[in-house]
Design a protein around this ligand. Structure first.
Ligand code: GAR
Length: 196
């Protein structure tokens, strides 16, 4: 069984879909939700679903990545779902190619520091793009930079607002992220069947 930790800072709609998707899975279990924001919606979602939560603070997060807490819980993959803080090198080193992120635009466009949620959608609309989408990618030491696993596009309408675009993007994320996480994890490690 693989144990994943979801890192999230906000409402947690992606976290919710991921938790629901893997409920009952015999191979992947959401063991922990890590959050940096007291009162964030994702904490209530995790509690409701019976998933353990860990509230992290900035300085210890930068210094240790709470690596001991992750290791104690047997976490072998990390899933970022709207997590605001940069992942410290200690976690990148401890989980090489084992941290995945979802970004609400078509990277490499509209990535980098400060490009989060609504700010991304506003930038896409300001540029007059006719298309946006989602990017699922591995996490390395640079913001929004690692190997891209999956992208999907959606049209930007004439009268699109940041909120309506966010809704479209969320629908794409919810439809694809859980399944892409599953493919990525099961594709990263030799499967038992291989040896039967
Ligand atoms: C998602 O749209 C995700 O792509 C975005 O934050 C939102 C979180 O929504 N992440 C980023 O912008 C990362 N740079 P949620 O809390 O409802 O899952």
């Amino acid at each position: 069984m693989h144990h994943i930790a979801i890192f999230a800072s906000g409402a947690g709609s992606n976290a919710q879909k991921i938790i629901e998707y893997f409920r009952g899975s015999s191979r992947i279990s959401v063991a922990l939700v890590v959050c940096n924001k007291p009162g964030a919606g994702v904490l209530a979602i995790a509690r409701e679903a019976g998933v353990e939560t860990l509230l992290v603070e900035r300085e210890p997060f930068r210094a240790t990545g709470y690596l001991n807490e992750l290791k104690d819980r047997g976490i072998d993959f990390i899933v970022l779902a709207g997590f605001l803080w940069k992942i410290p090198d200690v976690l990148i080193g401890a989980y090489p190619h084992r941290i995945v992120n979802i970004h609400p635009a078509l990277l490499p466009a509209y990535g980098g520091k400060g490009m989060y949620g609504q700010a991304v959608h506003e930038a896409v609309l300001k540029a007059g793009d006719r298309e946006s989408g989602i990017t699922i990618h591995l996490v390395d030491q640079w913001y929004d930079h690692g190997h891209i696993l999956f992208q999907e596009t959606c049209p930007v309408s004439e009268n699109e607002s940041p909120d309506s675009l966010a809704d479209k993007i969320h629908r794409l994320e919810h439809a694809h992220y859980p399944r892409e996480i599953e493919k990525w994890i099961l594709g990263s490690v030799p499967q038992k069947e291989t040896f039967d």
